[in-house]
Write a protein that binds this ligand. Structure first.
Ligand code: FAD
Length: 380
């Protein structure tokens, strides 16, 4: 489906090997404990997986969005929450990569290559889909900003060396008054809530962040004052394609488990794969996952080509098609396994719980339909 060059093939084969040999055996334990697998972070670091999108001049690999999408798909086949660590890290670093000053890029990007972790902090208790309702304020005082406010649900927050934070610098200007900042771990006045106890994606951390008179030097503002929403959208559009890749990988992992089981499980004297009811369920799962995969790759290609007229529509469509499909596929895969599918001894019930989150974060699937339909009416 995709032509890869030699270097890309080597990267992808290494990721496949890491996924099957290292991540798959620990996926159930990661889910059970609900903790970030720190061994895995080391594996990501050692194999350059925290920095694929970073240009070579900063020590990165400068991979295409498409290649990173394939990497996320491979990891998500065995552990979607492990892929989420990488997605949230990318969300945090992309605004710096695209909007920060050259000095700031030189300060932060090589660190990410060496294993420092980023997160993306926009959501607040009263500002989810309606991000304009955020209350966090950054007030300029001389060469600094003083930040006060609260963020919630932030993936990687407790791990992150750098928080890419969004706050109002001028609330009267509405979305044009939001700015982005890089806030370093250990900043005075920055405190963390507890790790949220989630239904799924339990291998990554999510917590609240509290900013109480946190002083951030003006040179750590990402882009111009009022440029925050533009910086946010760069990360969010890309994140939507990444979460679509995660959903495609998750669905494929569930299909592989369901087919394996259907061939082995015998009822009425023959494998259940011989029953048309099972065959049709599998056919639908495979067909819809292939369709979601193609749409996701197309969104990734548009990102690589910087096709501005296509990116918002294709990234949002890929996100809702692929994640709604992953929810359906994982639910049906549990059905194929019958009672055994409902037990924690096999990975399908975890995959079903993990799939649910992809319909919610990086913009809910309802909001994705709002974006897609708005773009359709605007351009046709
Ligand atoms: C595990 C997890 C990890 C997350 N990680 C991060 C992170 O790293 N960084 C970050 O900034 N945020 C993060 N989020 C926040 C996430 O992006 C938001 O939860 C999401 O955008 C929805 O916001 P909300 O939860 O406030 O729901 P709400 O916005 O309150 O929505 C509730 C319901 O109303 C619907 N709705 C709202 N507005 C409309 C509308 N205009 N039209 C139709 N339907 C509508 C929604 O679709 C949804 O069904 C995370 C969330 C979770 C659960």
């Amino acid at each position: 489906m995709i032509e890869l060059n030699e270097e890309q093939r080597i990267i992808l084969n290494t990721v496949k090997q890491i996924a099957t040999e290292k991540i798959k055996p620990m996926a159930a334990e990661i889910d059970e404990k609900g903790e970030v697998p720190m061994d895995l972070i080391e594996i990501f670091k050692e194999n350059g997986l925290l920095a694929p999108l970073i240009p070579q001049e900063y020590g990165g690999v400068n991979s295409s969005f498409l290649l990173f999408s394939l990497i996320l798909e491979e990891i998500s086949k065995v552990c979607a929450s492990c892929a989420l660590i990488l997605i949230s890290h990318a969300d945090g670093l992309l605004p710096i990569l695209h909007k920060a000053t050259p000095e700031m890029k030189r300060r932060y990007l090589p660190g990410f290559v060496k294993g420092k972790i980023a997160c993306f902090a926009a959501t607040e208790p009263d500002a989810g889909s309606d991000i304009q309702s955020m209350k966090t304020r950054a007030v300029r005082k001389g060469d600094n900003y003083i930040i006060n406010g609260k963020k919630c649900f932030i993936t990687n927050a407790s791990l992150a060396d750098t928080i890419t934070l969004f706050a109002y610098t001028d609330p009267d200007k509405k979305t044009k008054g939001i700015s982005a900042f890089a806030v370093d771990k250990g900043a005075k006045g920055l405190t963390y809530g507890k790790n949220e106890n989630k239904m799924g994606m339990r291998g990554c951390t999510n917590c609240e962040l509290f900013f109480d008179d946190v002083v951030v030097p003006a040179e750590k503002r990402i882009g111009e004052e009022g440029d925050g929403v533009a910086a946010m959208m760069i990360a969010l559009e890309t994140a939507r394609m990444f979460t679509a890749s995660q959903a495609v990988g998750l669905a494929q992992g569930a299909i592989d488990e369901a087919i394996r089981y259907a061939k082995e499980r015998k009822q009425f004297g023959r494998p259940i794969s011989g029953f048309q009811a099972i065959q049709f369920m599998i056919a639908d799962m495979v067909a819809n996952t292939e369709a979601a995969r193609l749409l996701t790759y197309q969104a990734a290609r548009y990102l690589d080509q910087n096709e501005r007229s296509k990116i918002p529509r294709f990234c949002s469509m890929a996100k809702f098609i692929a994640s709604d499909n992953a929810m359906r596929v994982t639910t049906d895969a549990v059905q194929v396994m019958g009672g055994y599918g409902y037990m924690k001894d096999n990975p399908l019930e975890r995959m079903m719980r993990d799939a649910k989150l992809i319909q919610i974060y990086a913009g809910t699937n309802q909001i994705m339909r709002v974006v897609a339909s708005r773009e359709v009416f605007k351009r046709q």
